[in-house]
Design a protein around this ligand. Structure first.
Ligand code: BMP
Length: 225
């Protein structure tokens, strides 16, 4: 299973979260929850809602942390156990930020995911200009995973080549942002993060079955190359 469903669209609606996770559980690798889910809610209630109807899947807290370590820790201390991973920006650098964050997360048994490049066009303005520096930070911090854009698959291929097989690449930008299911996997990603294409569908399980088929076709096309 290669899809991680971004649940932003459901917000902090507990019944809505239970419903979508129950409908999609058997077809996904995990769920990504972000600020639209956590603000105005107790993070514990949000995590419990997902776990109530779907167990054993990755739960990623997409907090896009980008601060001094002290403040990032204050935020993370509000989250209960049970997160698979947390997303932070790579561009905040090592000392006073990512080195300490990695250490803190390791002690709590939570994986770190760093943003390498983003899926929107504005990623080119600053983030992508810092590609080489970001790569150095990623090599130094050795996170569990990185985020790279399905909308620009060449970046995924480049990162995979430069970072090797040991890092997990998660890729958003599919559906609402224009890329097709399978585009990122074909380029070397491990998981595709998909939100609105699934969460706004009247038949989330039906659309996911189609996504799984498209992904399988893409993966097979690479194997047969
Ligand atoms: P959607 O498939 O609805 O566009 O959702 C994509 C999800 O991935 C959103 O949660 C968004 O915040 C996140 N995301 C992104 O779109 N581009 C990035 O570069 C990094 C992200 O985390």
């Amino acid at each position: 299973m290669r899809t991680i469903v971004a649940l932003d669209n459901i917000g902090s609606n507990i019944e809505g979260l239970k419903e979508i996770t129950q409908k999609t559980c058997s077809l996904v690798a995990g769920y990504k929850l972000g600020w639209p889910n956590f603000i105005g809610a107790n993070p514990r209630d949000i995590l419990n809602a997902v776990k109530a109807s779907c167990q054993g899947k990755m739960i990623i807290a997409d907090l896009k942390l980008a601060d001094i370590f002290y403040t990032m820790k204050r935020v993370l201390d509000m989250f209960p156990e049970g997160l698979h991973s947390v997303i932070a920006h790579a561009l905040i650098g090592t000392n006073g930020a990512l080195l300490e964050l990695k250490d803190y997360l390791e002690k709590r048994g939570i994986n770190l995911i760093l943003v390498a490049s983003m899926s929107h066009p504005g990623s080119r303005d600053v983030i992508d200009k810092c590609y080489e520096d970001t790569l150095e930070i990623i090599k130094l911090i050795e996170p569990w995973g990185i985020v790279a854009p399905a909308t620009r698959p060449r970046i995924i291929t480049r990162l995979r080549k430069e970072l090797g097989r040991d890092i997990v690449i998660l890729s958003p930008g599919i559906g609402a942002q224009g890329a097709r299911p399978g585009d990122a996997l074909r380029a070397g990603a491990d998981y595709e993060i998909i939100g609105r294409m699934i969460t706004t569908s009247p038949d989330p399980a039906g659309i996911l079955k189609e996504i799984v088929e498209e992904q399988a076709t893409a993966v097979n096309s690479v194997k047969n190359e």
